[in-house]
Design a protein around this ligand. Structure first.
Ligand SMILES: *Cc1c(COP(=O)(O)O)cnc(C)c1O
Length: 377
């Protein structure tokens, strides 16, 4: 019998932009139009920085054109330069690692911990022993799950090395009551279209050292010295967020808690409905964690149903799902760099699936996804 295609007209997505129903974003953008503050700077940029800093409880923030730009400037601010070693979570999106190369430094990839899916403290400690002259650590809080921050900050303190937290996927997540992105010397957030809130594209660099944020802001605007003419004593970048994007961000920040709430409900539904199925395990839950549930992720260890099979099956029904990130040490581009660890991240890649976690999903659509998953068992 030929399969009839999905009754759901619209493809069900992993995670897509979701503007507030109140239209907050449009109000801030409208205000920018009315005051002709279209670009580059203006009130929305300044206010978005302040509002985000208040939300995550940190001293200072610089609004930038992307999360990647924020990682780049964090590395530069941490003094990372030519041939420096930087430890980096291997299980992540390439945007975490690419800026290390922009600085002509050398990444050393660190394996995941089964318990958090994030940087393994034991592997990190082994890396410190192998590379005592390391310059910085870039760790990721994947899918809104936090890394083991007590052990990792203790190690970075012990070896006196700068810690940069890539919290691109974890805005709104807490570790022991403190927001991810605020533990290290620097934290970064992303407002790309697939993240929990979006500015259509953008990022934020945060730190409790406001002078270093001021410096990053200066670099992000072409390092223009105080002078009537264009005077430059340092290399500059065009990394500043526009006033329009910042307006969208201000509106989105007002609904961040609602988005976390909905993402949690999606995760809880999957957990309740799928928990008994043979071979399914859910992403780790630790007592210290209060995730934002950006993506609901599972692993599959079943004799017949592989991760790939599930993804293909859902795709046939117009439902988007994805494998867990492919580790950086397995990427052709990063082949020549060292890796410290075992096979934890590799196994997560082989067995992991991210399920649709779009906050615009209706209860009916979510039930439909659950039904289609169960069909395979
Ligand atoms: C999205 C993402 C980034 C990059 O953010 P952009 O704003 O797209 O540059 C960095 N790291 C991780 C883990 C991400 O998921």
């Amino acid at each position: 019998m030929e399969k009839t295609k999905s009754k759901v007209a619209q493809r069900i997505l992993l995670s897509s932009p979701h503007m507030s129903k109140e239209g907050y974003e449009q109000q801030f953008v409208q205000e920018a139009f009315e005051t002709n503050w279209i670009a580059p700077l203006g009130k929305n940029v300044d206010e978005f920085e302040k509002e985000l800093a208040r939300k995550v409880n940190i001293k200072a923030a610089a609004a930038l054109s992307s999360g990647t730009a924020a990682i780049h400037l964090a590395l530069k601010a941490a003094g990372v330069g030519v041939n420096d070693i930087v430890f980096c979570s291997t299980l992540t999106f390439s945007a975490t690692a690419n800026p290390i190369i922009y600085q002509n430094a050398k990444p050393v990839f660190i394996d995941s911990d089964e318990r958090t899916w994030n940087m393994c403290p034991a592997a990190l400690e082994a890396a410190f022993k192998k590379y005592p002259d390391v310059k910085a650590v870039v760790l990721v809080h994947l899918y809104g799950l936090s890394a083991d921050m007590d052990r990792i900050t203790a190690l970075c303190d012990k070896y006196n090395v700068a810690l940069i937290e890539d919290a691109a996927e974890s805005l709104g997540s807490y570790y022991k009551g403190q927001m991810t992105g605020t533990f290290g010397d620097f934290g970064i957030y992303s407002f790309n279209g697939n993240k929990i809130i979006t500015t259509s594209g953008g990022g934020m660099l945060v730190s409790n050292q406001d002078s270093r944020i001021a410096k990053a802001r200066f670099w992000s605007m072409q390092s223009r010295d105080q002078a009537r003419h264009y005077q430059h004593s340092e290399l500059g970048y065009n990394y500043r967020m526009s006033n329009i994007s910042a307006g969208i961000g201000r509106g989105q920040l007002m609904v961040l808690d609602q988005r976390v709430e909905k993402k949690r409900k999606i995760y809880e539904t999957y957990k309740r409905e799928l928990n008994g199925l043979e071979g399914i395990s859910f992403m780790p839950e630790n007592e210290w964690d209060e995730p934002n549930y950006w993506l609901s992720a599972i692993t599959l260890d079943h004799p017949v149903i592989t991760a790939e099979r599930l993804i293909e099956h859902l795709d046939e029904w117009n439902i988007e799902s994805r494998p867990v990130w492919k580790p950086m040490h397995l990427q052709p581009y990063f082949e020549g760099y060292d890796f410290i660890g075992t096979d934890v991240s590799e196994r997560l890649f082989e067995h992991g699936v991210c399920l649709p976690s779009d906050t615009k999903m209706s209860d009916e659509e979510l039930a439909y996804v659950v039904e289609k998953i169960k069909e395979l068992w």
